[in-house]
Design a protein around this ligand. Structure first.
Ligand code: HEC
Ligand code: HEC
Ligand code: HEC
Ligand code: HEC
Ligand code: HEC
Ligand code: HEC
Ligand code: HEC
Ligand code: HEC
Length: 349
């Protein structure tokens, strides 16, 4: 055991003053809670400064059909200062990213006030936002959960893999994921139950799906793509709709629930990736500019936002006031047949 520890220490530090262990370089990231792990020589370093700096998108693309909140190139996205303690060689933290390309820089301030620096580029992907859904191909997933990489952490962290949890049973004890992935849950205003209660391995079984077979065996915790079948294990009512209803929305039919929903949670209700109207027009761009349903005498199209839904005075009218985002028995995924739909809001008056 002692020999093993010694070995880990030697291979992990190799006498280096500073070494950025994670993230990997040119890494494609899909969750905005990036672990940063640094090894530093405490006899030489007195402070570690981790900063995330936004870079511009490499090519000009047509903008999204609505305003996207993003930071300008060069802006500091996140910053963490880690004081170095005697005898402590590993420093672990988390940073936030902005969409697109970010540079994660770690500066070691040495005791003689000189500095050493290491940096990595990472790309935060968004499946709906232009241009961020088009990552340059140099950015690829660089998986962490392999025996080799995990062996560097095992001295301090439990790296065992819990069995797949049962869906309606609370866990007897929290899995080791909590130690390293807390922000996956804490950052979201609305948390999806299986993520909130740390049933991570329910979805991250390590098995690939039809669309990510090339990643089979590359990490212990792969999520299948498409993820739909995992969702149906708990949301049986949605599987029933899929089997019984006549019309299906293409991204639902293909099981890509995670295009619209973040499986962990989000600041939007129903864990949506964007507010409802923006969510729909990010794919149905024409609906942002061209009205549909009716054109009044004045040429004004039917509102799709910015007014109250007459049926539910507290709700804003949106695309999903008329359309079921998943399935329907009626043309155009309407909630009700055409005439009844109109009447549901435009009754007697
Ligand atoms: C020398 C012991 C040690 C080693 C080795 C170590 N860690 Fe940690 N790690 C800790 C401690 C202690 C914490 C709790 C937070 C703290 O006190 O820094 C932690 C916390 C973390 C966190 C959460 C940070 C946060 O923002 O809350 C992550 C992520 C992490 N470790 C990843 C890793 C990874 C990945 C490795 C292996 C490459 C690793 N650690 C190796 C001691 C270690
Ligand atoms: C020692 C800290 C640590 C522990 C414990 C840990 N993870 Fe991770 N995990 C990481 C780091 C670091 C990454 C790499 C993140 C990155 O760079 O994007 C990662 C990445 C992942 C990924 C992305 C796929 C991959 O392999 O890169 C998934 C999914 C994941 N972890 C799930 C889990 C689950 C589920 C558990 C608990 C069973 C767990 N992790 C426990 C540190 C940890
Ligand atoms: C309901 C299914 C589900 C649950 C539960 C779940 N995940 Fe995920 N997770 C996914 C899917 C699907 C992805 C793929 C990326 C996406 O859709 O954003 C993902 C992506 C990730 C990633 C990012 C991988 C990358 O490519 O950057 C990490 C890290 C991660 N999950 C960790 C966790 C942890 C930790 C938990 C438990 C707290 C958890 N997940 C629970 C479905 C789930
Ligand atoms: C392990 C079981 C489990 C899995 C797997 C699962 N969910 Fe859930 N989900 C739940 C539970 C429990 C709730 C909370 C119950 C509720 O509020 O209706 C919930 C709630 C939701 C909600 C919010 C419902 C509401 O009315 O607020 C959405 C949206 C959702 N899940 C989508 C998904 C998607 C998409 C997937 C696949 C990526 C998925 N779920 C996978 C158990 C699961
Ligand atoms: C095209 C985007 C989109 C896709 C793809 C999608 N959803 Fe949804 N989902 C939504 C929207 C929008 C809502 C909010 C509904 C509302 O406004 O009433 C929602 C609500 C939900 C809810 C809670 C309310 C309800 O209808 O029960 C669940 C559960 C849910 N989705 C599960 C899933 C599952 C499972 C999948 C994959 C099979 C999926 N969703 C795919 C957009 C989507
Ligand atoms: C990921 C992209 C994507 C998102 C997000 C999306 N859709 Fe779709 N939608 C499609 C595709 C693909 C089709 C099928 C091709 C087509 O008819 O254009 C489609 C078709 C439709 C149709 C026509 C169905 C028919 O039977 O003719 C309606 C209505 C619709 N979507 C409404 C919505 C609403 C409402 C939302 C938001 C909750 C939404 N879509 C979000 C991709 C998307
Ligand atoms: C007031 C109800 C209502 C609202 C709100 C609404 N739609 Fe529609 N939508 C309809 C009706 C009715 C149709 C049937 C065909 C038509 O009249 O254009 C339709 C047809 C569609 C179609 C398929 C035919 C086509 O024109 O491409 C899509 C896609 C669509 N809507 C997307 C959206 C999106 C995206 C939004 C939000 C920006 C939205 N709808 C808001 C009622 C509505
Ligand atoms: C979810 C509720 C809802 C549904 C369903 C709906 N509408 Fe509307 N409609 C509205 C609201 C809200 C307004 C805006 C009223 C205002 O500005 O005071 C509106 C405005 C209109 C107007 C313009 C009237 C004016 O005074 O400017 C027409 C015409 C119209 N709707 C026709 C339809 C038709 C046809 C359908 C069925 C395809 C339909 N609506 C379905 C909520 C709805």
């Amino acid at each position: 055991m002692l020999l093993l520890l010694l070995l880990i220490t030697v291979t992990a530090f190799g006498g280096e003053v500073l070494s950025l262990v994670r993230p990997a370089h040119m890494q494609l990231v899909r969750e905005n809670a990036l672990p940063v792990v640094v090894s530093a020589d405490p006899t030489k370093v007195k402070e570690l400064i981790v900063t995330v700096v936004k870079e511009s998108f490499p090519v000009e693309l047509a903008p999204a059909p609505f305003e996207v909140k993003e930071l300008p190139a060069g802006a500091t996205v996140d910053r963490k200062v880690l004081p170095v303690k005697p005898g402590k060689k590993f420093y672990c933290t988390h940073v936030k990213l902005d969409y697109g390309i970010n540079e994660v820089r770690v500066v070691a301030v040495l005791k003689d006030n000189t500095t050493e620096e290491e940096a990595r580029k990472v790309y935060l992907y968004h499946p709906l936002l232009i241009p961020y859904k088009y990552p340059p191909k140099e950015f690829q997933p660089r998986f962490f959960h392999t025996d080799e990489q995990e062996s560097r952490c095992a001295a301090c962290h439990d790296m065992s893999r819990p069995p797949k949890p049962k869906k309606n049973q609370p866990l007897e004890q929290l899995p080791p994921c909590v130690e390293c992935h807390k922000p996956v849950n804490t950052k979201n205003a609305y948390k999806h139950a299986p993520s909130k209660f740390w049933l991570c391995v329910f979805c991250h079984t390590g098995e690939a799906g039809k669309l990510n077979r090339r990643f089979a065996g590359k990490t212990k915790y792969l999520a299948p793509e498409p993820v739909g079948d995992s969702c149906y294990e708990c949301h049986e009512e949605k599987l029933e709709d899929l089997e019984l209803m006549r019309f299906h929305h293409v991204p639902v039919l293909t099981g890509k629930c995670n295009i619209c929903h973040n499986p962990h949670g989000s600041d939007e209700r129903f864990f949506l990736r964007l507010p409802k109207w923006e969510l729909c027009v990010s794919c149905h761009e024409d609906k942002a500019f061209r009205g549909h349903v009716v054109f009044t005498i004045t040429g004004k199209p039917h509102p799709t936002r910015g007014v109250k839904d007459p049926r539910f005075p507290k709700k804003e009218l949106s695309c999903s006031s008329c359309h079921n985002p998943h399935h329907s028995d009626y043309d155009f995924l309407l909630y009700e047949p055409f005439r009844e739909l109109c009447a549901s809001c435009h009754s007697a008056q």
